[in-house]
Design a protein around this ligand. Structure first.
Ligand code: AHG
Ligand code: MN
Ligand code: MN
Ligand code: MN
Length: 350
């Protein structure tokens, strides 16, 4: 019975990746091992995020008197107050770095939290370079709004002598990309270059189960997502595009605005419901805000794999070749037709 199959024949993320791998007889299981270490990082961060609010209230020793603790920072690992507000970012970074290095399958790591790239010690080197944002949307931590982890994976040709330029490849060279969203449920969205699949963490099993097979973004959407507080500094095409969303030409209805301020959550909604997510350039930040390697590339990879597009205002986002690991770029991504429209506006201006 189909219902039986649903309950007892679970498509876990590991099983899914093993299935994919069996299509490539030359593969040696390295990717499966790497991914299982990324999954461990996601589960750890998910559990820390869920505990963070509680930790703030009760502290390490289970101290329930919040008033008594007010003056001293609470030192429990996942959370602290005052100057150390970003503790959860740092914890998440530590978890991912350790999980990735110990997989024995990585040689270069680039994290949003670390100024320099990490070169894995020779004994633990493997053939993958992983770029990641361990905790994206950190301004949303304190109010319990969805945050996430973003990652992209490159293959490194000569991994015995890794060099920085192997981390500076265009996004189209990624072999896989994904994100994990810590929201009302914990959802991991992954592409290994043949479509996009979504997995939801079953906390009772500790396993990610395939819940969103073969995600395709609607060809056109009804939602736009942008920080409109920056509007006074926008360039002409961005301003025109957003104006059109609100006051469309005769016959079509205006789009709805949704903006969470967590890229993972805004992109996740865009992927499932359709529409467009914009983080444009503006006069104050001529390269926009989002980072090419571990924000723009993975999300652009997923969008294209789901049938959408990703554009920088100048070119296809995945064609960009970054010169620095923390480089930024404007980004417009989402439903095919919606991105087509902004491309036309930039083309008209050029
Ligand atoms: P991070 O928390 O990793 O520093 O990134 C935050 C990013 C991203 O999640 C989001 O899309 C964007 O910042 C929101 O920026 P604004 O507050 O400028 O809208
Ligand atoms: Mn980020
Ligand atoms: Mn971050
Ligand atoms: Mn940060």
């Amino acid at each position: 019975h189909a219902a039986d199959a649903l309950r007892t024949d679970l498509m876990t993320i590991t099983r899914y990746v093993l299935n994919e791998q069996s299509k490539h007889p030359e593969s040696r299981g390295d990717f499966t091992i790497l991914l299982s270490h990324i999954v461990l990082g996601c589960k750890f961060v998910c559990s820390s995020v869920n505990k963070a609010g509680l930790a703030k209230l009760i502290g390490l020793a289970g101290e329930t008197n919040v008033q008594a603790k007010k003056e001293e920072p609470i030192t429990w690992v996942v959370y602290s107050v005052g100057e150390e507000q970003k503790k959860l970012d740092v914890l998440s970074n530590d978890v991912f770095v350790k999980a990735l290095v110990s997989s024995g399958r990585t040689c270069i790591l680039v994290s949003e939290e670390d100024e320099e790239a990490t070169f894995v010690e020779p004994a633990l080197r493997g053939r993958y370079c992983v770029v990641f944002d361990p905790l994206d949307g950190s301004s949303n931590i304190d109010c319990g709004v969805s945050i996430g982890t973003i990652f992209g994976i490159y293959m490194v040709k000569d991994f015995t002598e890794p060099t920085l330029d192997q981390a500076l490849q265009p996004g189209k060279n990624m072999v896989a990309a994904g994100y994990c969203m810590y929201g009302s449920s914990c959802t991991l969205v992954l592409s290994t270059g043949s479509g996009v699949n979504g997995f939801t963490l079953d906390p009772s099993l500790g396993e990610f189960i395939l819940t969103h097979p073969d995600i395709k973004i609607p060809k056109k959407g009804k939602i736009y997502s942008v920080n409109e507080g920056n509007a006074k500094n926008w360039d002409g095409p961005t301003a025109k595009y957003v104006e059109n969303c609100k006051f469309p030409k005769e016959g079509s209805s205006p789009k709805s605005l949704r903006y969470i301020g967590s890229m993972v959550a805004d992109v996740h909604r865009t992927l499932l419901y359709g529409g467009i997510f914009l983080y444009p350039a503006d006069k104050k930040s001529p390269s926009g805000k989002l980072r090419v390697l571990y924000e723009v590339f993975p999300m652009s990879f997923l969008m294209e794999q789901a049938g959408g597009q990703a554009f920088t205002g100048k070119e296809r986002a995945l064609d960009l070749v970054p010169k620095k690991i923390h480089e930024r770029s404007p980004i417009f991504l989402g439903s095919y037709d919606d991105v087509e429209e902004i491309k036309a506006l930039y083309a008209a201006e050029a």
